[in-house]
Write a protein that binds this ligand. Structure first.
Ligand code: SF4
Length: 218
């Protein structure tokens, strides 16, 4: 159950951070770095589990599905018995995996049926996402010309599809240059844009405290 596992990992990370904050406050250290967070993380099950699987994707990418999976299994089996692999294989950055629009076919996604699939803005509504309107922008496009010439013209605007909250839109009107619209109010803080933008041209910065999604039933 990867989704539940991921949720446990996020919760444990949050608990480690909270522990580190409490330790620092109890010791009268309100303004320095939370160094105990790193050591707490390295002593937790998150670190040992992530360490065990760190070579899986690079192995599959390098040796293919069959041999990559076999080698990954051996790697994990050995690590499980305490044999630490003395290396961490390199893996490509996520944004380098995007393909140009002239190398792919457009996918016609089915429309949400309102029963088992839902449109993005309805789901954002359920997340109670909100940001103060006058706070500094937390989604920064470093070079707007590059966004047009590359993100839209070469890669067909992937931000309009990978963002789960529909924050990014290319507004195209006849006779006018396409405009990049950022509906930052809807951002659910997943940070995908910071990782996935093909030119690393979007910088996600931490918004003001209190903003963002708020799931009241979780
Ligand atoms: S952080 Fe996530 S939700 Fe927010 S703009 Fe980026 S991709 Fe969209």
């Amino acid at each position: 159950m990867p989704r539940i596992k991921g949720t446990h990992t996020a919760m444990k990370s949050g608990m480690l951070a909270a522990d580190a904050i409490v330790d620092a406050l109890a010791a009268g250290r309100a303004n320095d770095e939370l160094t105990s967070y790193q050591s707490g993380y390295e002593n937790s099950w998150i670190y040992s589990e992530l360490r065990m699987v760190r070579n899986i994707l690079p192995l599959v990418e390098k040796y293919g599905n069959f041999w990559g999976t076999m080698l990954s299994g051996i790697n994990m089996w050995l690590e499980n018995f305490g044999v630490r692999m003395p290396f961490t294989m390199k893996h490509h950055a996520d944004h380098n995996a995007l393909r140009r629009k002239d190398h792919v076919h457009k996918i016609d996604y089915p429309k949400p049926d309102g029963v088992i699939s839902f449109d993005r803005l309805s789901s954002v509504f359920l997340s109670n996402t909100n940001h103060a309107e006058d706070q500094p922008v937390h989604l920064q496009v470093k070079d707007s010309e590059l966004q047009l010439s590359s993100e839209l013209n070469i890669f067909a605007g992937p931000s309009t599809r990978y963002c789960p909250a529909g924050v990014y839109e290319w507004i195209e009107e006849e006779g006018k240059e396409p405009q990049y619209q950022i509906n930052s109010q809807n951002c659910v803080h997943c940070k995908t844009c910071d990782i996935k933008d093909p030119n690393q041209n979007i910088n996600w910065v931490v918004p003001e405290g209190g903003g963002g999604p708020n799931y009241p039933n979780m």
